[in-house]
Design a protein around this ligand. Sequence first.
Ligand code: PEP
Length: 259
Amino acid sequence: VFDRKPLIAGNWKMNMDHVQGITLLQKLAWTLADAEHDFDRVEVAVFPPFTDLRGVQTLTMGDNLPVHYGAQDLSAHDSGAYTGEISGQFLSRLGCSYVLVGHSERRAIHGETNELLAAKIAAAYRHGVTPVLCVGEGLDIRQAGTHVEYTLEQLRGSLAGVTAEQAETLVVAYEPVWAIGTGEVAGPKDAQELCAAIRVELAKLFGDEVAGKVRVLYGGSVKANNVAQILAEKDVDGVLVGGASLDAGEFANIVRFEH
Ligand code: PEP
């Protein structure tokens, strides 16, 4: 029995052009339809590249497919002279339910700060798109033993300005950087420790009732063969999957973790 509806999310990163993306989603849809997957029980979301979103919208609408989708990033601004940026308004009009904010690759490669991420989260809420805020420590921090404080600092900094009402729909993904794309999975107890610490911090920020509604996901080398034990932990409400979400069969098996 889950306290919150589990969310299985696939981050395609910079993989799958708009043709490949549609093929992948179609395969996933067929596999889950064959298995009679109950989308009301376990929610499924994909995060394709921007250029795939229109096709994903068309496919999900046309096939009445209850897979939710979102973008991997958004601008802190709504419109104007911001060459190369994508507005939350555009995402909303394309039917995006979610948007990733502060993925570790954006923090590391693009130097995104907590302050910028707070502005991006505000932009997402302005347009009715639910942010999936990613937090998590690198290997050096883990080895120094300061991972809990470090992760909570990212959380507080990125959520500056968010109201309790907004936070009710928030999703947080705890992704230890040392476990992303490395085949190294944080143990279920490590995942639980941080997801629980995140929930306690959310309770301090927004109250117990809101903290009880926020879904906290784990991400980092999740596969079909390790997902069930991670999701067995009390405060882990879902998973954010990178590499394994590019294979329709493997991702479908992750979605079907209960079987
Ligand atoms: C990610 O980048 O969000 C991720 C969890 O990647 P992977 O599953 O490939 O480790």
